[in-house]
Design a protein around this ligand. Sequence first.
Ligand code: ZN
Ligand code: ZN
Length: 145
Amino acid sequence: MRLGTVEGMDVDRAALRRALLATAPWLGATEVGPQAVDAGACDRCGDAPRLLPTCGPDGPGAVCRACADDLGDDGWCEGHRREGRTARAWAADLPDRWAQTVTLWWVATGEVRLDPSSVDVTAWPVEVRRALGRGPAMPADGAPR
Ligand SMILES: [Zn+2]
Ligand SMILES: [Zn+2]
């Protein structure tokens, strides 16, 4: 087991990655989502995490879901309008906790450091909580609860 120390807390990054992919398979996308953009806040609002790449280098950068919606077709050049629409439709289907999910993904990949105790883990599956060092202890026999 590989442990990464984040702000003094033990995060099992490999386990977190597995657990997140199991509960949010959309994280596996490579053309859209956190694997398609650099870790960080939206280039437009600076608030929500980046989710979708737009057209560069003079475009709005990598934007969050709300900003992509605001931009609409303007976020993409004429040649990529169709890709932009597909990306926005993909983003529209994500659960509302997409932002926290994306942030946790970057924690799992080591791109973002965050204090796991600051994460509200109540809605997450036990595997995610455990990987963050916030779950119930593994039973002695190793059987899942
Ligand atoms: Zn934004
Ligand atoms: Zn383009």
